[in-house]
Design a protein around this ligand. Structure first.
Ligand SMILES: O=C(O)c1ccccc1NCC(=O)[C@H](O)[C@H](O)COP(=O)(O)O
Length: 253
């Protein structure tokens, strides 16, 4: 069972995550014109030194900036999180262009694995969205899928926390759809979206994924109880790891 934790941006947090048993340690590049960050380079070096694997999300589509960042950071994985289904021109043309991006990454950086987020609506919503069909398009050019929660309002796509990208909602997706994706995919599927120490065990049993991922509900919280982005709560991460591994063992995974 792969344990993946996001929004690790400093060497100290990377060292702490690896010590807690986290396998994939994820970081984020928020802007194409600010992709080069020496502290993040040190963070990715720390991940490797600690024996974990680094994953990098570019929240931009500038292929030159993405290539320069991959050459500089040399992460183990690049993670693409596009919403895809919100494309004004329709999801299929946009999916084709995103597949070209993944093909370019694989050609230029064959040693870097590709994680592709697959948007999954909240429980009982968006049943007509082509989630499984979308995954079949991406599968030949991906090494991992990540199921992540796509926020909807009255079954219509609403703005995601990071516009144009699926993720960090702190809300669960439809686990039946996630389970169907895990069953149909020939590549490992990591379950994400609103996972916490309290529900990760149920998610493992419901989805039977190759891994689980968390961001919001393993973050530290401010005085008002709101999650603090880019600040992890080590005690929550430790409980998340323990509960996920216990559920995997109980399920014979
Ligand atoms: O980590 C981010 O800042 C991020 C931003 C935009 C899209 C995806 C992002 N992270 C990808 C992840 O795998 C998150 O851990 C995943 O979305 C789960 O988030 P949460 O529901 O907060 O657990």
């Amino acid at each position: 069972m792969i344990i993946q934790i996001y929004e690790i941006q400093t060497p100290r947090e990377a060292e702490a995550m690896a010590a807690l048993g986290v396998d994939h340690i994820g970081s984020v590049l928020t802007a194409a014109d600010d992709w080069k960050q020496p502290q993040l380079w040190q963070t990715i070096q720390e991940v490797a030194a600690a024996g974990a694997k680094s994953s990098l999300i570019p929240l931009f589509d500038d292929m030159d900036a993405i290539s320069a960042a991959l050459d500089y950071y040399q992460p183990d994985m690049i993670h693409f999180c596009h919403t895809v289904l919100d494309a004004p021109e329709g999801w299929e043309p946009w999916c084709g262009r995103l597949m070209s991006m993944q093909a370019t990454v694989k050609q230029r950086f064959p040693q870097i694995a590709v994680i592709r987020s697959i948007p999954v609506p909240p429980p009982g919503m968006g049943g007509d969205l082509p989630v499984l069909e979308l995954a079949r398009h991406f599968e030949p050019l991906s090494d991992f899928f990540l199921t992540d929660t796509l926020l909807l309002e009255n079954n219509a796509l609403q703005h995601q926390p990071e516009n144009g990208y699926v993720g960090i909602t702190g809300s669960i997706c439809d686990w039946d759809t996630a389970a169907r994706l895990a069953a149909q995919s020939a590549i490992p599927v990591i379950a994400a979206g609103g996972l916490s120490p309290d529900n990760v065990g149920d998610a493992v049993k419901a989805i039977a994924p190759a891994g689980v991922d968390s961001c919001t509900l393993t973050n530290a919280r401010d005085a008002s109880g709101r999650p603090i982005r880019f600040s992890k709560d080590p005690e929550k991460v430790a409980r998340f790891v323990a509960k996920a591994r216990k559920a995997a063992a109980q399920s014979g995974m």
